[in-house]
Design a protein around this ligand. Sequence first.
Ligand SMILES: NC(=O)c1ccc[n+]([C@@H]2O[C@H](COP(=O)([O-])OP(=O)(O)OC[C@H]3O[C@@H](n4cnc5c(N)ncnc54)[C@H](O)[C@@H]3O)[C@@H](O)[C@H]2O)c1
Length: 249
Amino acid sequence: MGLAGHKILVTGAASGIGLATGRLLRSLGASVVAVDYDESRLAHNWGDDPTGGSTSHCFDLLNTEGIPAFMSDVTSKEGTLSGLVHAAGLSSISPTRLLTPARYRDVFSVNAEAALALLRGFQNRSVCRETGGSVVFISSVIGLVGSAGGSAYAMSKAALSGLAKSAALEYAPRKIRVNCVAPGFVRTAMYEQNSRLWSDAQREQIEAAHPLGLGTPEDVANAAAFLVADAARWITGTVLVCDGGYTAS
Ligand SMILES: NC(=O)c1ccc[n+]([C@@H]2O[C@H](COP(=O)([O-])OP(=O)(O)OC[C@H]3O[C@@H](n4cnc5c(N)ncnc54)[C@H](O)[C@@H]3O)[C@@H](O)[C@H]2O)c1
């Protein structure tokens, strides 16, 4: 599980699961390239690393076409990557009939299209180290099982497992592994934002649907770190469900 000598780019690193993942990877010895579009929270959490083991970059992943060039630019200055964790994401809770194209396109762009663009950037030989690497997409249980009002979000997260499986086959010859982590509900800013739309009964129902209780960002970070590490060198094209039992029944 040690990550000394690894350099891992983490998106969504300013908050929640991305932040916890970046911090855990750092504590396991990796250098972290923290990426987010929230400049102030990025600076607050990553701005001043006295160890020199992390850098931070403000980038809006809605600019999907710019992602490969952004990654090339970063690695030309900071060295090649051994891993990538795409944790940035947007949620969407809305009856399907009320979804606006602008909103569902943004959700799909950040959650899924950006994942494809990040993979395209990562596989570039000037970006990924020669000995191979590991790509982890943070998906969701809502990409695996249904959720009323979750159609746009579910579509974007279900896309990630298809992407991971095909990319795993395509990049296995280069020892680039591609996997997803599918978390259940985790107490983060996104969860707090969503929970404002729920009644007390809905909130209780969601909590009760997790036999082990709601997750913490660190619970998901542990799963992502495992998939990035050499300990998972024989694991590719899979979805690691990390959900306190949400999908067990
Ligand atoms: N919290 C949950 O219950 C839960 C459950 C399952 C999956 N997830 C997934 O986990 C991931 C992390 O979510 P979280 O709960 O930590 O949320 P969060 O809101 O705490 O963090 C998401 C981060 O993504 C960043 N981001 C959003 N849009 C961006 C963009 N266009 N460009 C760059 N950065 C952008 C935000 O600034 C934020 O820092 C997401 O992909 C989410 O879908 C969350």
